[in-house]
Structure formats: structure tokens, C-alpha cells
Ligand binder design. Sequence first.
Ligand SMILES: Cc1ncc(C[n+]2csc(CCOP(=O)(O)OP(=O)(O)O)c2C)c(N)n1
Ligand SMILES: [Mg+2]
Length: 172
Amino acid sequence: MGYEVAGAMGIKLARPEKEVICFVGDGSYMMANSELATAVMRRVPFTIVLTDNRGYGCINRLQIECGGAEFNNMYKDSNVEVQPEIDFVGHAKSMGAHAEKAANIAELEAKIIEARSRNIPSVIVIDTEAVSGTGAGGHWWDVAVPEVGGPERLEKAREHYQSNAANQRTFD
Ligand SMILES: Cc1ncc(C[n+]2csc(CCOP(=O)(O)OP(=O)(O)O)c2C)c(N)n1
Ligand SMILES: [Mg+2]
């Protein structure tokens, strides 16, 4: 986390003939983004697709999968006085980048194509849903669940963990 914008700039400097698209979450963007200003100054164009689900979505899903309650990953579950409403378009524009929101996938696709003609970075912000997934990846994350104690949801999570762990291949 945090290297995505700088990484995209580095890739574009190394391979200027390539189209570079940086796919970054709101949390990662918040960790580090100031190379955007450098890329504007140096005229290094790449495209950032910023998915805004208002928090650490994948860690929240992992927390749920491990039987935990949603806590301190999404802003809505965090101990804050005020829920942040970060204007990522305004933030990126303040560094000189082209920035706009996409309302849906069709707009996102069109804006990615439009970005190809610019000589500065383009930031496309899209609101995303934090908890539901497509399931298409069929992934599983090997994070162990405590063996004793906890509420019923923890027992279910533990069973789920053990059956997935049993399916793992081992390598010598
Ligand atoms: C420096 C660093 N800190 C913490 C983590 C653990 N971590 C992995 S993904 C993630 C949350 C990412 O949030 P966001 O960028 O908003 O993406 P989302 O999962 O919401 O799509 C965290 C905290 C990490 N990988 N690197
Ligand atoms: Mg997020």
C-alpha cells in the first residue's frame, strides 16, 4: 500500500510507449499520492482509477471472513467524531491532474480512453461497494481463526478456515 501512484509514474518513465493504468483504493491513495504533483510538473501521463469505498474494504472483508465484527476498517465503523467525505476529484485537481468521477462502468471505460490524449495524469474516481464481491476470483486468504472461544459466528468461521486449509497444496 502506498506505492501505487509513485509506481505508476516510475513505470511510465521506464516505458513511455506503454499506456499505464494505476488501480488504487481510497485507503492506499490516502497513504501516498504526492507524486501526482511531480508527474504533472514532469508531464508524465498515466491514468489512475481510484475506487472509493470509504475505507479499507478488503481488510474489512477479511475481518468478517475470520468471524470478527466489522470494526475500524470502514469509516462508518470507526471511532471518529465526523465521518470523512473526501473529495478525491478536488484533491487530485489541486495537484494539477485532470480529475473527474465516473458514475458507472461505461463512463469509466470512456474516460480511460479519453485519458490517452492527455500529457498529464488523469484521475478517475468511482464509488464502489465495500462488502459484496463477485466471487469470480474464488480466492481464499490463509489467515487462521482462533481455535477456542468466541461467538457462534467465530465457530462457523473456524470450520470454514479448516476446510479451506485442508484443501491447500503443500510444496516440498
Ligand atoms: C503499508 C501497508 N499497510 C497496511 C497494509 C494492509 N492492508 C492491505 S490492503 C489494506 C486496505 C486497502 O484499502 P483501500 O486501498 O481503500 O482498498 P480497498 O480494499 O478498500 O479496495 C490494508 C490496510 C498494507 N498492505 N500495507
Ligand atoms: Mg477502500
